[in-house]
Structures are given as structure tokens and as C-alpha cells.
Design a protein around this ligand. Structure first.
Ligand code: ZN
Ligand code: ZN
Length: 236
């Protein structure tokens, strides 16, 4: 069993609270007895290494991750087996963002932090734009480095594959989907959409502030070593 939350935003996401620092995130997850986490900022892994460094000190495992927005304005949670593979895709994603400056007064600051919560700088490019990558191109890039691409918060109305495309295209190699942690009637969700029952399911918080991490931890019936296999366990 692992207790997990694979969708947490840090202060690098403009919509993430500035209190979402590496130390605060790790401390709160430790308090909630979550043993495996992923910080998945919008279209960047810029604070992932700092979170890994803090988490290592308290025995929490961190999966390198990012929440990518595709050209279709679909959010896809991407998880990677290691930092090197995450960096490869993160560069592709960053380059696929339009050259639009962040407006801190409208969107919020995009803060780079180190493992002692010191501010290293601010990202100038607006990170919450859709990239020019199609959902197919994104899946191909993530799978080519042995990562996992997971349609995010499919039960929500915005930035969800089900809302924007109406369905999960059968040719897209989806094996796992994410449902919001706060959705209560999961049975009703799946009984209305029996075609989704074949996918592995993750329940994450999508926390943008610390208080959103205050939930009983979600658990998966697998070991950390088998986690990626579990997420690939849907029909391919
Ligand atoms: Zn999202
Ligand atoms: Zn998110």
C-alpha cells in the first residue's frame, strides 16, 4: 500500500499560494501521513528538485511530475521514472508555451524556491497557457521516456478531456485517469460512464494551498516499485 498525492501545485504555479513552498508541502504531507508525492506545476518541473531534496530528509518519496496543458486545453498529469526523463519532456513543454509574459497582478507570482524555502527567482513566462503540443504529441513524448500521461480531473468541467473532446479517443494510449480527490460519489460517476471502468484511477488533491492537503490520504494497493506498472495496468 502507498499513501499518495500526485497532484500538488507549488508557488511556481501562478495560481498556487506563495505558502506552497517545498518545506511547507513536505511538512504538511508528513503530517497527513502521505508517503509518496508529486509536485505537478503547470507546464514546469522547476521546483521539483527542491521538493525532492526536502522530502528525502524525512523519508517521503517524490515522483518527478508536471501538469501539462495541451493545445486542446486539456490538463494531463505526467509522471516520470526519474529527473532526467522529466527534464527532457519539461524542456519540450516549456518551449511549446507561447512567449507571453506573466502578469503577476492578474495571475500571481511564479516563484522558484530552494530546499530551505529561499526565493531563487521568478519565472517571467506565463506558465498557465496552453502549449502547442496536441494531446497525442504529449502522450508520445511522455511514453517515449517511460513516463505516464494521465488525463487530469476528468470529473471536472474545465480543462478535462471528457469536457473538451467528449470522450477518451480509443487510439490514445490512456491506461490511467485522475479523479478529483473531493468528488464523493465515485460509484455514480462510473456507473454513468461504464466505458471508463477499464482504467486505473488516481485520486489526487490538485492542492493549490496547504489546507487542501488536509484530507485522509488516498491509498493505492501496490508497492512503490510497482507504481508505474499499476498505472499502466489499464487496457492498452
Ligand atoms: Zn488542472
Ligand atoms: Zn492542477
Amino acid at each position: 500500500m502507498i499513501s499518495y498525492d500526485f497532484h500538488i501545485h507549488s508557488a511556481l504555479s501562478p495560481c498556487g499560494d506563495n505558502e506552497m513552498t517545498p518545506c511547507n508541502i513536505v511538512n504538511m504531507c508528513q503530517l497527513m501521513e502521505i508517503d509518496t508525492i508529486a509536485v505537478s506545476d503547470h507546464n514546469t518541473i522547476g521546483n521539483v528538485e527542491a521538493v525532492m531534496s526536502v522530502a528525502q530528509q524525512v523519508g517521503i518519496r517524490v515522483i518527478p511530475a508536471m501538469e501539462v496543458e495541451t493545445a486542446e486545453e486539456i490538463h494531463v498529469l505526467t509522471l516520470f521514472p526519474d529527473l532526467a526523463s522529466a527534464k527532457t519532456v519539461a524542456k519540450l513543454v516549456y518551449d511549446a508555451l507561447p512567449n507571453v509574459d506573466n502578469r503577476e497582478d492578474i495571475f500571481g507570482q511564479q516563484v522558484y524556491l530552494d530546499d530551505e524555502d529561499r526565493v531563487l527567482g521568478y519565472e517571467k513566462k506565463l506558465l498557465i497557457s496552453p502549449t502547442s503540443l496536441s494531446v497525442d504529441e504529449l502522450f508520445e513524448s511522455v511514453l517515449s521516456v517511460n513516463g505516464i500521461a494521465i488525463p487530469a480531473h476528468v470529473d471536472r468541467h474545465s480543462y478535462s478531456i471528457l469536457t473538451n473532446l467528449g470522450f477518451i479517443p480509443p487510439e490514445l494510449p490512456v491506461t490511467c485517469i485522475e479523479l478529483s480527490r473531493t468528488t464523493e460519489d465515485v460509484d455514480a460517476f462510473f456507473s454513468a460512464r461504464p466505458e471508463l471502468a477499464r482504467y486505473a484511477v488516481l485520486r489526487n488533491s490538485d492542492a493549490h494551498r496547504l489546507e487542501s492537503l488536509v484530507l485522509p490520504p488516498a491509498q493505492l494497493p501496490c508497492d512503490f516499485e510497482n507504481l508505474f506498472d499499476y498505472c499502466r495496468g489499464g487496457v492498452l
